[in-house]
Design a protein around this ligand. Structure first.
Ligand code: ATP
Length: 594
């Protein structure tokens, strides 16, 4: 690093007096008017000395000018660009950018900026030197917006000097910098950068936060597809093979794919990977589309509690924790609370929030914490009103992200290739009964599913096989399976009046994987209590009694709803290999960090 000691900008070199110009020749010994004055001999001697000095200074100035013209610097004090670059920490925070220059984001750079100076704050994606007088840096902002920055040392050594070029080329990737430069059109589009039609000719660069020389995981490695999602910590020798050591290799083609564990251990580089940022942006839009659609259909948002006093839907997969002198639980779903809102005088409600499952399921579909998109609504005539509302909001989400996130989807596909997600044409939505689904499996599915029956729940392989049949037959990756068998649904699911072997309950599927469970709930307390007993649950048990009593407190209209797993919607829409990739901080049975 050059010039770490400079704390205040020096005046421009042109304004400084020449190092030893004739005018600056030292005065002769003694001064006029003092005592008798110098003798003639002494005067002559002083004049000769001054002449000699002046001549010496002239020659030095000539040498310096010649050196500058040749682009050479002869010592650290001669770096005329020293105030234009540096590590801010080492400069004790003192650096100057031009006050009248606009701060821009890379994504906004356009024709109007050509020839103008701008300030950019960004991460250095990589830096390289090309000869002693030229360096290139790739600057990146979120959303994988990158631009090429060019440093060219001038013959005069300012605003860019050779040491500055060397400094820029030596900045560690992933350092955060601020640069000032002029937007120019490159001779040819810069293919490696997202901002390809412009480049920045940089005249100032300051490292605001330096990255270490060796990253735990390079950006290139972080942006490679993950194939190993195992939660198990590998044996030490295997870890060295898979993990950090190999990931610092610079050449992209030789970078191995890192495991999910390595990604989580290097969470910051994981998050910086353009693919992860694109997934996060899509996730954000899904939430936004869910909320805006429901609000425009008269739904009110509410927040159910996460801490609850009794296991809401049976005790098996609930997290328990000490709660003062009692025990508390983490909510397995907002189910009861959505219903309490309807009982409490709302006709349509929704919530977006965390859901906790103490399931020791180490699969690409499960996490111990995920985000639920839930809704509940009054039913006027038929439970299909709920089904159609849920189908409507999901189609709105899928069409919305296809439109709003085309670039992000393309970016994700470049890392995780996927077939186009097929949506049903309006009016051709696929809604099968569970029995029809089983029939399709028996008749058109793989051999092992020839004998599936209508009263047993579907396994995951069966669901996937049905997804493939539906895609082929109906040209859609999104469909509904309705009228689940009674035995496959919880006690609060309303039975079909016409056929009590099945429920008014459904699941929705995306690429053959479940993303939603929903249906009509029992709103009559006597009927509810009878079903609870039939299901072998004690109606007087903690939580259950309070739940049933809610329906006795006041008249509760017929209602139904559904719960969507946000992480799964994002993951399966994009055809990611695991739901863990769609979560910001995946929680699994073996992993609670970071
Ligand atoms: P599965 O049978 O796949 O475990 P589930 O039937 O337990 O799911 P529900 O209780 O109906 O799921 O939850 C509603 C939705 O929440 C599911 O359709 C799914 O999208 C999501 N979901 C459920 N469990 C998980 C989990 N452990 N991790 C991520 N998402 C989940």
């Amino acid at each position: 690093m050059a010039d770490s000691a400079a704390t205040t900008p020096a005046p421009p070199a042109e304004q400084q007096p020449p190092a030893a110009a004739p005018a600056a020749a030292p005065a002769a010994e003694g001064a006029e008017g003092e005592g008798e004055g110098p003798s003639k001999k002494a005067q002559k001697k002083a004049e000769a000395k001054a002449k000699k000095e002046a001549e010496k200074a002239r020659r030095a100035a000539e040498r310096e000018a010649a050196a500058k013209a040749a682009g050479k610097t002869t010592g650290p004090t001669e770096d005329l660009a020293k105030d234009n670059y540096g590590v801010v920490k080492e400069r004790k925070g003192q650096f100057e950018l031009s006050a009248d220059v606009e701060d821009v984001n890379l994504k906004n750079i356009g024709e109007e900026h050509v020839g103008k100076a701008v300030i950019v704050r960004a991460w250095v994606q990589n830096a390289r030197i090309q000869g002693a007088k030229m360096a290139f840096v790739e600057l990146r902002e979120e959303g994988a917006w990158t631009i090429q920055g060019v440093f060219v040392a001038s013959n005069e050594g300012t605003p860019v000097s050779k040491p500055m070029v060397k400094f820029a080329a030596g900045i560690n990737p992933e350092s955060f910098v601020v640069v000032e430069g002029t937007v120019q059109k490159p001779l040819e589009p810069v293919k490696s950068c997202k901002v390809s039609n412009y480049e920045l000719h940089i005249r100032k660069i300051f490292v605001l936060a330096a990255a270490p020389q060796m990253l735990g995981m390079t950006l290139a490695a972080a942006n490679r597809p993950i194939t190993n999602f195992s939660d198990e910590e590998p044996a030490p020798e295997k870890a060295a093979e898979d993990g950090v050591d190999k990931l610092s290799i610079a050449a992209e083609s030789s970078i191995p794919a890192a495991t999910m564990l390595t990604h989580l251990d290097n969470i910051i580089m994981h998050k910086r990977a353009p693919v992860q940022q694109a997934i996060a942006d899509i996730r954000m839009e899904v939430k936004d589309l869910f909320r805006s659609y429901l609000k425009s259909h008269g739904f009110k948002e509410f927040e159910p509690p996460c801490l609850i006093g009794a296991a809401s839907e049976g005790g098996a997969n609930v997290f328990r924790m000490p709660y003062f002198d009692k025990e508390a639980f983490l909510a397995q779903s907002p189910q009861f609370y959505k219903q309490f809102e309807i009982a409490g005088g709302r006709k349509r409600v929704f919530s977006i929030g965390p859901v906790f499952r103490a399931e020791n399921s180490n699969t690409p579909r499960h996490m111990t914490e995920f985000t639920g998109l839930d809704l509940e609504m009054e039913i006027k005539k038929d439970y299909r009103e709920v089904l159609l509302m849920l189908e409507g909001v999901l189609l709105h989400i899928f069409r919305g992200i296809k439109e709003r996130c085309a670039a992000e989807i393309e970016l994700v596909r470049s890392v995780y290739p996927a077939e186009e997600f097929l949506l049903p044409e309006p009016g051709k939505e696929v809604r099968l009964t569970f029995a029809e689904g089983q029939k399709l499996l028996r008749e058109e599915g793989p051999e092992e599913f020839r004998n599936v029956t209508d009263d047993e729940d579907m396994s995951t392989p069966q669901e996937k096989a049905l997804g493939a049949i539906v895609r082929k037959k109906f040209n859609t990756d999104f469909y509904v399976l309705d009228k689940f068998p009674e035995g496959a649904r919880p006690f609060y699911a309303k039975l079909d009046d016409a056929n009590p072997k099945v429920t008014n309950a459904f699941d929705f599927f995306l690429r053959g994987q479940e993303i939603l469970s929903g249906g009509q709930r029992i709103n009559d307390p006597e009927e509810l209590e009878a079903r609870i007993i039939q299901k072998g649950v004690d109606p007087k048990s903690a939580g259950i009694k309070d739940y049933v009593d809610v329906f006795r407190q006041a008249g509760v209209p017929a209602h139904g709803g559904g719960g969507i797993g946000l992480d799964r919607v994002v993951a399966w829409f994009l055809n990611l290999p695991s739901v863990h990739l769609a979560a910001y901080y995946p929680r699994t049975p073996k992993r609670l960090l970071p």
